[in-house]
Design a protein around this ligand. Structure first.
Ligand code: ATP
Length: 234
């Protein structure tokens, strides 16, 4: 579904990604793991057109999407749930969700899409008329994910969705990621919580200093000596 080849990108003249290659197949949960500053967020931002590609190729469903705008990426089916939620706090939850459905094909089916999305997020449904800024951190994270789903994505990318959540909510968040794939959405997940993420993911890639150094199934990576030492603390 997504094929990234020899991708270089960064900020201004500073190169962060040093030619990375990876793939996400339809229906999979794929994770990118790596230490702070490894380039995980940079990868997601490049994939959704927030920062430009310096060189390399991004293909989605066989189409060359390299250099496409964020708008085009969303239209094609790639959406991102950014770190830190980024909701509009003074708008209701309902309005925040509606703003997620700006994609051309999603607009005519806003109501239908909202009903579908709210089935996955019953807590969000109870809060539709409340201002987004008045929700708890965990509830806001659910709204951010629900808003991402309103764009009717084929591939949903998550940047640190469990950040700042209590342990119970972290578990809920991982359950929701699994649930989303059951609704036909493919997932690319960036997470600090390496153990849980590798247990959930079909496959993963380890990013260090802007390069992919290890790849494998979730199970293989959980058993990998370097990963155990560097990311799992044993
Ligand atoms: P973290 O878990 O800390 O978010 P990450 O793997 O997502 O880590 P990135 O955010 O992709 O890392 O950052 C990779 C490198 O790019 C870091 O060295 C960082 O300082 C640099 N960087 C990130 N954002 C910018 C920016 N806006 N301008 C310049 N450099 C940046």
């Amino acid at each position: 579904m997504l094929k990234v080849s020899n991708l270089h990108s960064g900020y201004g003249k500073t190169q962060v990604l040093d030619g990375i290659d990876f793939e996400v197949n339809k229906g999979e949960i794929v994770t990118l793991i790596g230490a702070n500053g490894a380039g995980k967020t940079t990868t997601l931002k490049t994939l959704c057109g927030v920062i430009p590609t310096m060189s390399g190729k991004i293909e989605f469903e066989g189409r060359d999407m390299t250099g496409s705008s964020t708008y085009d990426m969303v239209e094609t089916g790639i959406s991102m749930i950014p770190e830190g939620r980024q909701l509009f706090p003074n708008f209701t939850v309902r309005d925040n969700l509606i703003m997620g459905s700006f994609k051309r094909t999603a607009r005519p089916i806003v109501r239908q899409k909202m009903d579908e999305v709210l089935q996955i997020f019953p807590r969000v449904k109870e809060r539709l008329n409340q201002l987004a800024g008045s929700l708890s951190g965990g509830e806001q994270q659910m709204v951010a994910i629900a808003r991402g789903m309103m764009a009717d994505p084929k591939l949903l990318m998550f940047d640190e969705p469990s950040l700042g959540l209590s342990p119970i909510l972290v578990q809920q968040m991982f359950d929701i990621v699994r649930d989303i794939t059951n609704h036909g959405v493919t997932v690319l997940l960036v997470e600090q919580n390496v153990y849980r993420t590798l247990r959930l993911a079909d496959r993963g890639y380890v990013l260090e200093n802007g390069a992919i150094v290890i790849s494998g199934t979730g199970e293989e990576l959980l058993g990998n000596a370097h990963i155990k030492k560097a990311y799992l603390g044993h």
